[in-house]
Design a binder for this molecule. Sequence first.
Ligand code: SAM
Length: 246
Amino acid sequence: MLSASENDRIFAEAVVRRTTYSNVSRLLHHVHYILGDVHGVERGLDIGGGQGILSFYLATHGAKSVVCVEPEGEGSTEGVTGIFDQLRQDLPNGNRVHLAQTTFQEYDPGDLTFDYIVTGNAINHLNEPACIDLKTNRNSYDTYIGYFQRIYDMLDSGGRFVATDCSRYSLYPQLGLKNPFMPAIEWEKHQSPYQWRDMLMEVGFVDPDIKWTAFNALGAFGRLIMNNPVVSYVTVSHFRLCVRKP
Ligand SMILES: C[S@@+](CC[C@H](N)C(=O)[O-])C[C@H]1O[C@@H](n2cnc3c(N)ncnc32)[C@H](O)[C@@H]1O
């Protein structure tokens, strides 16, 4: 069996070869931050998995099966599912990752349950109109509660759910300016991690842990100084939220 660091190298070299990530150590820093300790994870679900990078990391590090739910249609080799197919061929455990080319709402796991579910920068995309007004519209709120209830039901007892995304609140848009660190983000289409945490706890999740994302290039030092809501508010306003099913 290969060590975790050998698996890291095999995974990262393949991803750098096939995607726009250009730096192995920054990629690993990023993925380690998002996924945390994946030792012992057996069955993963990656919601809105895009190119499948998080899914392939789980498979490379011992997961026996991973479902990547990604609705993007079959595309050219530049498309996300084209890159997914290349990574699947390149990586030793690539065939443990199954692409479900559908939305989370349409995805039917049958009897399958998971011990780890992740959604990387996709929680708001599940239903953008509902995400925008869920604090003032009961139907929108209940729609997301329904999604979280499904995630809860798909998880084994003790399993973790991790979500990363931009928060809704950032200094620059609140001043009517573009955030120079995140110029493409439509901030009103996001929610704060505290909002998501409260909703996840409403359906029964426990042990919430919120981290604020640091610039990748700053490495461990960045995590030390940027894991703070105030620093995040004036920079990237990006979080990682982890909860557990009791
Ligand atoms: C910003 S991308 C994130 C991709 C990947 N997780 C990452 O971190 O690079 C958001 C992804 O969510 C997917 N998505 C949009 N609506 C979805 C839905 N209803 N169910 C599942 N995925 C969805 C999109 O196709 C897109 O690939």
